[in-house]
Design a protein around this ligand. Structure first.
Ligand code: GRF
Length: 197
């Protein structure tokens, strides 16, 4: 399956997908990497692996809707079967979502702690277990149908950074697993229940 990955940050999840995709049996070809800003380390990773990149910045467009339409066009140019939001820190709009199946990874056990500060929020709340969630993206903030979740214990003395690192180790293998299964088998969706045959 042709996969476009959207990124904003360091791209360790992207790297895990690129590494997995070196095995043809995995069934994924990362055909492009898109970012919402220049200079994301994730873009360097793509370049290093000879993967085409594009940048689509909100401030370069007259409003969010125009940005979303431009992003949909840039993604569409690579004719993906699947789009993966791997640390992409923007809410996607109708133009992208109506044209593509998008998978997002989130560093908490949704529906707990949605949003951009999930790890710090979970720690501040005092939960003893958190984790990560792979889900299909809908128009809400981290609200789409859940594909997979893995629990991660909070340890005494955790900081947001140490906890996030522990979550990310688990998150990368969860994402690699889910994206591979979707790429190889597709999915059906009934009443928020996702089935991967
Ligand atoms: C991941 O934990 C993702 O869920 C969160 O940001 C992190 C991205 O990490 N939203 P990376 O850029 O893939 O290293």
């Amino acid at each position: 399956a042709r996969v476009v990955v959207l990124v904003s940050g360091t791209g360790s999840n992207l790297q895990a997908l690129i590494d997995a995709a070196t095995d043809p049996a995995y069934g994924v070809q990362v055909v492009a990497v898109g970012a919402d800003r220049h200079g994301a380390r994730a873009l360097e990773r793509a370049v290093r692996h000879g993967i085409p990149t594009f940048v689509c910045r909100v401030p370069d467009h007259r409003d969010r809707q125009a940005w979303d339409a431009a992003l949909a066009e840039q993604i569409g140019a690579h004719t993906p079967d699947l789009v993966v939001s791997a640390g992409f820190m923007k809410i996607l709009g109708e133009a992208v979502l109506s044209a593509h199946t998008v998978v997002n990874t989130h560093p908490a056990l949704l529906p707990a702690f949605p949003g951009a500060h999930a790890v710090a929020d979970a720690l501040a709340y005092g939960v003893r277990v958190t984790g990560c969630t792979a889900h299909l993206v809908d128009s809400g903030v981290d609200t789409g149908p859940i594909l997979e979740q893995v629990a991660v214990p909070v340890e005494d003395g955790d900081t947001p950074e140490s906890l996030h690192e522990r979550i990310k180790t688990v998150e990368r293998s969860m994402l690699v697993d889910v994206v591979g299964r979707l790429a190889r088998h597709g999915h059906t969706l009934t009443d928020r229940k996702v089935t991967i045959p």
